[in-house]
Design a protein around this ligand. Structure first.
Ligand code: HXC
Length: 523
């Protein structure tokens, strides 16, 4: 190395060292809270030696409010690409140890550039959020930065998978980038997300609440539906990101990753024949059905605690990743309501965008009746499920396990919305409505003749049983060709595996659509 080169290398090494060394007090504070730094998180996420950082020397340009004295190389965010379990991705990690990870002009510019790389190269975006929001000292330049990030989130939507982990504060405008991404993982004890914090809430509405009560992981995973997964800590969040990516293609034209699961595609599970109780009023857990049908140990549930009357998640069938959507009769009888409709519709849209076949298990008495639901817009929200399934062009396979009544029968992956292969178990009840409601309507006059409540009940039971044998079974639908077959529960897995083999090429076949810019889902 010449003398000149050596000097340049020394300068560069000094700058690199400066960029890589944060404020030790702020780092100690971060650790004392059970949080890792941005670089430590990246180290856990990417395969050793694969991370290539961009824009390490970027600095902010602000001078007001003493900002000229508060400068750090990198400006509070680390961006770059690296391999995650051998597959490439773009990684963005906010550094809370510099100005609380707050987002100013240059911090935002780095994020936007990284997202642009992801979009151009067709790579998933993993964004580790830990930020106090818009950097107050940079004013409108911070807002511009957020606006540009949101714009990129939307441009990337449906092109590359976008995963956000919230691993600290996520306040104000910061919440909307994760909200525009496909999945949000929140750390249980160290993260919170809200538009306006507890102090503003107190001032405006008088409500007393702390950060976690307002927007902690638990709240967002159970009540608001903002968070898809809750991680116990940073390390667990990284594991969940890796698991999620393992089911996803790199982009919307990439092949979803097929892996050898070692589960026999011909495996018949005779326990399935005993899961659905003979009494239609009795419940069972649909998880049991799902896990017995798909490849062993591959079911990965998403949003398990929000609207648990619906189940969504990823799994594999003979190694191929599929999206599972199901009603769960163990919770509210598996009814479709506002929250479960939103949960299902968004997931179906995601799966369709990334060429993942949709496997639906149906057992629902229908859409939930009630003033709250009607006034809350069940019509609008329920319509999202119809829209999402109808729009999806990926292979759609449906198993009608038990109840498939009314609008919910149509919505849950029926042939009428374009399903490719629908099978029903002999326990299936496919009809306009359940026997209880139907008997009250069609035998109203006869029931009015009953002289005693006992006689009325006896008539109801008789009519319900007649209705059930005439209508609430799979054979009328089968006779019309609305379902492809009636199959024993234990035959389900081999049939689905074969169907998927035949249908897999469907995703490559162009589906003829009337020309339009885009449809307008009932959001
Ligand atoms: C500038 C910020 C900041 C911000 C934190 N810091 N948030 N600097 N702009 N938004 C700085 C702090 O001044 C502090 O600097 C350092 O980061 C660490 O913050 P602390 O408060 O000491 O940490 P902690 O106690 O953990 O509290 C973290 C926090 C709190 C909960 C995030 O800092 C906070 O409430 N910040 C403001 C959050 C907020 O209201 N954001 C919304 C902004 S408006 P020193 O010098 O002490 O190390 C917005 C609208 C955008 O985002 C709309 C776009 C569409």
């Amino acid at each position: 190395m010449s003398e000149g080169s050596r000097r340049e290398f020394e300068i560069l090494s000094k700058m690199r060292k400066e960029a890589l060394t944060g404020d030790p007090n702020a780092i100690a504070k971060q650790h004392s809270r059970g949080k890792l730094t941005a670089r430590e998180r990246i180290e856990l996420l990417v395969d050793p030696g694969t991370f290539v950082e961009f824009d390490m020397f970027v600095k902010h340009r602000a001078t007001e409010f003493g900002m000229d004295k508060r400068v750090a190389l990198g400006d509070g965010v680390v961006t770059g690409w690296g391999k995650i379990d051998g597959r490439p991705a773009v990684v963005i990690a906010q550094d809370f140890t510099f100005m609380g990870g707050s987002l100013g002009e240059m911090h935002a510019a780095k994020i936007v550039k990284a997202m642009m790389y992801a979009l151009e190269a067709g790579l998933p975006i993993v964004f580790l959020n830990d930020s106090g929001g818009a950097r107050i000292q940079e004013g409108v330049d911070s807002l511009k930065g957020y606006g540009e990030i949101f714009y990129m989130n939307v441009k990337a939507s449906g092109v590359v998978p976008q995963i956000a982990a919230i691993m600290g504060p996520c306040a104000g405008g910061a919440v909307y980038s994760p909200a525009l991404m496909d999945f949000i993982i929140m750390t249980r004890k160290t993260s919170f997300a809200f538009i306006t914090g507890p102090r503003v809430v107190r001032a405006v509405t008088g409500e007393e609440v702390d950060e976690f009560g307002l927007g902690g992981a638990e709240i967002h995973a159970t009540r608001s539906g903002v968070a898809h997964l809750v991680a116990e800590d940073d390390k667990h969040a990284i594991e969940l990101i890796k698991k999620l990516l393992s089911y996803l293609p790199l982009n919307n034209v990439d092949e979803p990753p097929i892996v050898e699961t070692g589960d026999d595609p011909e495996r018949e599970d005779h326990e399935l024949d005993n899961i659905v109780p003979a009494d239609p009023a009795k419940v069972y857990d649909m998880h049991e059905v799902i896990t017995r049908v798909v490849d062993k140990d591959t079911f990965f549930e998403i949003m398990p605690s929000f609207a648990p009357n619906a189940i969504i998640g990823f799994a594999r069938l003979n190694g191929r990743p599929v999206c599972v959507v199901a009603n769960n009769p163990a919770y509210l009888g598996g009814v479709l309501d506002i929250n479960s409709s939103d949960k299902i519709a968004r997931f179906v849209m995601f799966c369709d965008a990334f060429n993942l076949p949709i496997l639906t298990f149906v057992d629902t008495p229908g859409y939930l009746p009630g003033v709250d639901q009607e006034h809350g817009g069940i019509i609008r929200h329920g319509a999202k499920v119809l829209y999402a399934y109808s729009e999806a062009t990926v292979p759609k396979l449906t198993v009608i396990v038990r109840k498939a009544y009314g609008g919910a029968y149509i919505a849950m992956g029926s042939r009428h919305l374009g399903a490719d292969y629908v099978i029903a178990w002999p326990t299936a009840e496919i009809a306009v409505m359940g026997p209880e409601g139907a008997t009250e309507i069609i035998w109203r006059r006869e029931l009015a003749q009953a002289k005693t409540p006992e006689e009325r009940q006896e008539m109801l039971n008789r009519f319900a049983s007649e209705y059930r044998s005439k209508f609430a079974n799979p054979y009328i639908a089968a006779s019309r060709g609305y379902i492809e077959d009636v199959a024993m529960p234990h035959e389900t897995r081999p049939r689905l595996v074969k169907a998927l083999e035949f249908l897999y090429a469907k995703r490559e076949v162009r589906v003829r659509e009337p020309p339009k810019k885009h449809g307008i889902p009932p959001v």
